[in-house]
Design a protein around this ligand. Structure first.
Ligand code: IVH
Length: 669
């Protein structure tokens, strides 16, 4: 028996070590595939021997625990904030204050100020104990099950570490830009709303109930302070180096991410270096933190109620400009969501001419009390679209009136609805409101849905304007004679369009279902539904509970699907599409599996056992997808012989797994 226990223990240690080599030292010794095999072996052993369970086992990093509400826990040491400075003068003042209290010659440490979510992680006897959010600084939420999934955070510390029996280590939970873009690419593909910036996404992710989803997001954790009651070293810099030796991701002097500075000039050099260099980081920082290095001086200086006197943040200014808000107009999307857009007097900001800014929803307009004619400040932070951050009320025209959100749809005049607890207004006129109809048709023909060749987004607008199509089903009634009189429609384009529409009739059921544009039914959900129910009649007749019983279908999706199939207009639409011969049931291929479900592959080079085409076929037969070139959303690059080094490099940079032909065959074995 103790043999098994030893084996489990050794595997855990080995896996944690490989984890550290991969995620912290960026210097792996084994392939991803070998790692997965060892992890599977450990999973198997743990399953067979529940008596040896351990919440800090590497198998826990994949998540699985659901937390309905997080427990509130007190911090052993309060989590303070930092006072902010924005100029060299203010830092000079900070240093002068310390000199006055302590005398000159004080050493400082400069570090990056990570723009993420603060976390405090407690370790006892070298093991992860729990992770708590900042909360009000005195107590926060225990989010351990989510934080355990972060691979760059050790669950057990390195064996030879001289760490104290217990300590709380502080750091910042971050989502890299690469991961953020990957997530948004997935959301867009599923026709879901993308996230605004990495920080908000990280913050939302830390509080998710399902730790499996957290694990998939791939958060990171950067550490910057150890609190053990007693100092672990004489100065802060040494404490950081020590934490690095215990297995934490800490800034390295060789990367200039942490630096001991003796005077204001050295501090300013560090600040100025990162002001431009930060754009080359794969994560966002919003400034630099300057700390007194020696712990005994920190102690002597003490803290105010809110922040320590021995540290200060220097914040980089987000680029900001002042301009006039000329108008607020409204856009109606495919789903009927009504979004207010600010039209600005064009202004130069961070190298681009800004004419519009997002205002998101009625609450934001109300909170800002922004009115047409106001002089407003626009900021370009981490967000993709600039936003209005404040109104310069001293320049407000005397006759200005509070802005009133519209009550009727600007496109079809239907009365708008706003569901309780939701910030967004909707136009309920799904089947008649022009942008909703157009949007639905454009979605239907798009690449990830029916992918109709010869028919572009603008042509849909053109056909709609000419009165040839009012909805999806009309596409299947088009004939060449109707098309030829249209502008820019030559004989050949008309032929191609008709051919493309005809060909789309053989698109698989999951694409058709996705193409229908049911709210909350993205590409992934469509696939889950079709696999579970097999045909449209089963889905259409399913009750909410039956829908919820399908894998990964929650209440919100179930209700939306249920309502869709009870709408008479949609019932009619489906009948028409059925008559035209579209696919409404799953066609099972012999030997097909879902082992590679949802995974995206790129193949490159020459293979030993298989032809390139065979590899491609095997990917698809097992539920995976072939794509042409490596991008942030690629999951695996299958590397054959003679693959170019540039491709490998790109894949590694984007965090794509590079596997061999044999690794691939083992995956579908
Ligand atoms: S030290 C006692 N160092 O900034 C002060 N904080 O505005 C402890 N932060 O709550 C903070 N990078 O979440 C420190 N290198 C760094 C940091 C950092 C980011 C965050 C942290 C803190 C906030 C203060």
């Amino acid at each position: 028996m103790s043999d098994i226990k030893n084996k489990i223990e050794n595997l855990r240690k080995e896996l944690e070590r490989h984890n550290r080599l991969y995620y912290i030292e960026h210097n792996p010794e084994i392939s991803d595939y070998e790692f997965d095999q060892k992890l599977k072996e450990l999973e198997r052993l743990e399953k067979g021997h529940p008596e040896f369970a351990d919440e800090n086992s590497p198998t826990k990093r994949v998540g699985g625990d659901i937390t309905k509400s997080f427990e509130t826990v007190a911090h052993e040491f309060p989590m303070m904030s930092l006072s902010n400075t924005y100029s060299k003068d203010e830092i000079t003042e900070f240093i002068a204050r310390i000199d006055k209290n302590i005398g000159g010659d004080t050493e400082y440490v400069c570090e990056l100020k990570y723009d993420g979510v603060a976390i405090s992680v407690r370790y006892e006897n070298g093991k992860f104990k729990r992770a708590v959010t900042r909360g009000d600084g005195q107590k926060g939420d225990d989010v351990s099950s989510n934080i355990r999934t972060i691979k760059s955070l050790p669950l057990r510390l390195t064996d030879n570490g001289d760490y104290p029996d217990f300590f709380e280590i502080r750091g910042e939970i971050m989502l890299t830009r690469t991961r953020f873009e990957k997530l948004n690419a997935q959301l867009e593909e599923q026709n879901e709303k993308p996230y605004a910036n990495p920080r908000n996404t990280a913050s939302g992710t830390v509080k998710l109930q399902d730790s499996k989803v957290v694990a998939q997001r791939g958060l990171d954790c950067f550490l910057y302070a150890v609190n053990a009651g007693v100092p672990v070293a004489e100065n802060h810099f040494d404490a950081v180096v020590k934490a690095g030796n215990w297995g934490f991701r800490v800034p390295k002097e060789k990367d200039n991410r942490i630096k001991v500075c003796k005077n204001i000039d050295e501090i300013m050099d560090f600040i100025n270096y990162w002001d431009t260099e930060r754009l080359n980081l794969d994560f966002e920082i919003d400034g630099v933190v300057i700390k007194v290095n020696r712990h005994n001086i920190q102690y002597e200086l003490g803290s105010t109620a809110k922040s320590p006197r021995w540290a200060v943040a220097y914040k980089y200014k987000a680029e900001e400009a002042q301009t006039v808000l000329e108008d607020i107009r409204f856009q109606v999307g495919r789903t009927g969501a009504v979004t207010p857009v600010a039209y600005l007097k064009p202004v130069q900001l961070a190298g681009t001419l800004v004419k519009r800014a997002s205002l998101h929803n009625a609450d934001i307009i109300q909170n800002l009390d922004v009115r047409i004619g106001d002089t407003v400040h626009v900021e370009k932070g981490g967000e993709i679209i600039p936003k209005i951050i404040r109104v310069n009320k001293s320049l407000r025209p005397a006759d200005s009136k509070p802005f009133e959100f519209i009550k009727q749809c600007p496109e079809c005049a239907a009365a708008l609805v706003r569901k309780e607890g939701e910030a967004v207004h909707f136009c309920p006129n799904e089947t008649e409101c022009p942008p909703q109809i157009l949007g639905k048709m454009q979605h239907f023909i798009s690449r990830n849905a029916m992918d109709i060749e010869g028919l572009g987004q603008e042509t849909i607008v053109q056909l709609h304007q000419a009165g040839l199509i009012k909805g999806i089903a009309d596409l299947y009634e088009l004939n060449k004679e109707d098309l030829l009189p249209l502008e820019r429609m030559a004989e050949k384009s008309a032929d191609n369009l008709i051919k493309g529409v005809e060909k789309s009739k053989s698109q698989p059921f999951e694409k058709v279902l996705f193409g229908l544009g049911i709210r909350y039914v993205g590409a992934t959900v469509a696939k889950k539904l079709t696999q579970h129910f097999k045909n449209i009649d089963q889905i259409a007749s399913a009750g909410i509970e039956e829908l919820e019983a399908a894998p990964e279908i929650g209440t919100v999706i179930a209700k939306s699907v249920y309502a869709f199939f009870r709408n008479d207009d949609y019932k009619q639409l489906i009948n028409r599409l059925k008559n035209y011969g579209l696919q409404f049931e799953v066609v099972e291929e012999e030997g097909a599996t879902q082992k590679l479900d949802g995974l995206k592959f790129v193949i490159s080079g020459v293979f030993q056992k298989l032809e390139r085409n065979e590899v491609k076929k095997l990917i698809e037969k097992n539920g995976g997808k072939n794509t042409g070139s490596v991008s942030g959303s690629t999951d695996y690059l299958i590397a054959g012989e003679k693959m170019g080094p540039a491709k490998r490099e790109k894949a590694q940079k984007l965090g794509v797994n590079v596997i061999s032909e044999d690794d691939f065959l083992a995956m579908i074995e």
